[in-house]
Design a protein around this ligand. Structure first.
Ligand code: ZN
Length: 161
C-alpha cells in the first residue's frame, strides 16, 4: 500500500472541520493586508465567476520574500486562500514560491500529492476540501495564479513601479 495515498485519503475525509475553522479564521482576520511600499513584484488577479479580486505586492531581499501585501475582495475561499498564502510565502525564494503554487494548483485539480509535498503546503492542504465544489476551485487558486503572474513579469524584467 502506498502510504502517501493513504494519508491523502484520510486527510480528505477529516478535513471538514479544519477547513471550516481555517477558512473562517483567515476570512475574518486576513493577514498581511497592508500595501507594501516600493514592491519588487506587483500583480492583480480577477475571477469573473464570483467577482473575486486580489492585488499582491512582494518585496525581495537577497532573493527571498521579506514582505508580502495582499488586498483581497470577494468570497471567503479567495480571501482565506490569499491570507494563508501570504503566511506561506515569507522567507521563501522565488523558486520555492512557484513550486508551492504548482503543488497547490495540482492538489486543487485533484492530483494526488506525496506526503512530503503535502507537508510543504502546510495548512494550505485544508483547501483540498474545496475540490468537492468545482466552481470554488478558481477562487482558491486565484491568489496563487496572481503570484505566478507577478513572478513571471518580474523575471521577464518588466518590473512594475
Ligand atoms: Zn470566489
Amino acid at each position: 500500500m502506498n502510504p502517501g495515498q493513504d494519508i491523502s485519503q484520510n486527510l480528505f475525509e477529516e478535513l471538514d472541520d479544519l477547513y471550516q475553522d481555517l477558512i473562517l479564521d483567515h476570512y475574518r482576520r486576513p493577514r498581511n493586508q497592508q500595501q507594501v511600499a516600493d514592491p519588487d513584484i506587483c500583480a492583480e488577479g480577477h475571477n469573473p465567476f464570483c467577482g473575486d479580486r486580489v492585488a499582491l505586492q512582494i518585496k525581495l531581499e537577497d532573493g527571498r520574500v521579506t514582505q508580502v501585501g495582499l488586498q483581497s475582495h470577494g468570497c471567503s475561499i479567495t480571501q482565506a486562500s490569499a491570507s494563508k498564502m501570504t503566511e506561506l510565502l515569507k522567507d521563501k525564494t522565488l523558486e520555492e514560491t512557484v513550486i508551492l503554487s504548482k503543488l497547490f494548483t495540482a492538489m486543487m485539480q485533484g492530483k494526488k500529492l506525496t506526503e512530503e509535498e503535502l507537508e510543504r503546503l502546510g495548512e494550505m492542504k485544508a483547501f483540498s476540501a474545496v475540490c468537492k465544489y468545482p466552481i470554488r476551485i478558481k477562487c482558491a487558486v486565484l491568489p496563487w495564479n496572481t503570484l505566478e503572474d507577478g513572478v513571471k513579469h518580474y523575471r521577464s524584467g518588466q518590473k512594475h513601479r
